[in-house]
Design a protein around this ligand. Structure first.
Ligand code: G3P
Ligand code: CA
Length: 255
C-alpha cells in the first residue's frame, strides 16, 4: 500500500475538544471542520440497545455501574456533556451516516464481548447502505472475527495498544483487516513501512499536538485520529490535496 498524499483526518469521538465527546454536536462540528471520517465508541445496554459512549462504566457521565447492566432509559437519563444525551448507534447513522464515513469502534464490557453486538452493528450499517464507507475497529480479535464471519466484505481495522503490541501483522492478516490502528507511541517509520509492505493502512491514535501530527504524517501514516480535526485539516490541506510537511529525520528507524 502506498502512502496517501493527504492522510485521513479522523475526528476522534467527533470534534471532541470543542464539544462533548461522542455527542451529536461533536459529530456535526467534525463535519463542519472537514473531517474525512468520524470515530465513535460502541457499547450495549442490558436491554440490547447499542449506545455511543467511551467507557464500559457509567461513572464518567454521572451514572453507576456498567452500561452492560443498565437499561437504555437509565443511560439515556444521563448527561453526556452540556446537557446532551448519549446517542444510539441508530440515531448517529440516521443523522450522519450518509454525510461522512464512520469508524465504529466496538468496545467490550468488563466481562467480555457484548453478545450479538458485532452482528447488530453490521446489520445497522448494511440497512443504511453504507457498508463500503464504514470501518469497523476493535482491540479484540474475536469481535472483529464475528464481523468477518458475518460478512466477507466488511472493512476491518485492528487496534493495537502498547499493552499488546506484538503479532499485529499475523492478527490483521488472519482477520482480513485492511488497516492497523496503533497507539501513537508504537509508531515509527519501520512500523509504517512494514504495514505498507503487508498491504495494511496505518491510522494512529490519538494525536493532538501539531509537531506529533507533522512527525507521523512525514512517516507516511494514512490517517490520524485527532480530537482537533480542524487543526489537522489545516496541517494537511484540503481533501485530496498534496500538501504535506517536509520529511523529518527519525533516528533509529529505517527509511
Ligand atoms: O480508535 C482509536 C482510539 O479511539 C482507541 O482508543 O480509548 O480512545 O477508544 P480509545
Ligand atoms: Ca475509541
Amino acid at each position: 500500500m502506498s502512502a496517501r498524499d493527504t492522510p485521513l483526518v479522523i475526528a476522534h469521538r467527533g470534534a471532541s475538544k470543542a464539544r462533548p465527546e461522542n455527542t451529536l454536536s461533536a459529530y456535526e462540528l467534525a463535519i463542519r471542520q472537514h473531517a474525512d471520517m468520524i470515530e465513535i465508541d460502541l457499547h450495549t445496554t442490558r436491554d440490547g440497545r447499542i449506545v455511543v459512549t467511551h467507557d464500559a462504566e457509567l461513572e464518567g457521565i454521572g451514572g453507576e455501574g456498567e452500561v452492560a447492566d443498565a437499561d437504555f432509559d437509565t443511560v439515556r437519563s444521563l448527561d453526556a456533556g452540556e446537557g446532551e444525551k448519549v446517542p444510539t448507534l441508530d440515531e448517529v447513522l440516521d443523522a450522519f451516516g450518509k454525510r461522512i464515513p464512520f469508524n465504529l469502534e466496538l468496545k467490550q464490557s468488563t466481562r467480555g464481548p457484548y453478545p450479538g453486538m458485532a452482528e447488530a452493528t453490521l446489520a445497522a450499517v448494511e440497512a443504511r447502505g453504507i457498508l463500503d464507507q464504514t470501518l469497523f475497529s476493535s482491540f479484540y480479535d474475536p469481535v472483529l472475527q464475528a464481523i468477518r464471519d458475518a460478512h466477507a466484505g466488511a472493512r476491518l481495522a485492528l487496534l493495537v495498544s502498547p499493552r499488546y503490541p506484538d503479532d499485529w501483522v499475523a492478527r490483521a492478516q488472519r482477520l482480513g483487516a485492511e488497516a492497523i490502528n496503533p497507539a501513537r507511541p508504537l509508531v515509527d517509520a519501520s512500523w509504517v513501512a512494514t504495514a505498507h509492505e503487508e498491504g495494511l493502512a496505518v491510522y494512529s491514535y490519538t494525536v493532538d499536538a501539531q509537531e506529533e501530527m507533522e512527525r507521523l504524517v512525514a512517516m507516511g501514516v494514512d490517517g490520524l485520529f485527532t480530537n482537533w480535526p480542524d487543526r489537522m485539516r489545516a496541517l494537511v490541506g484540503p481533501r485530496g490535496g498534496v500538501r504535506r510537511p517536509a520529511p523529518v529525520d527519525t533516528p533509529g528507524t529505517v527509511s
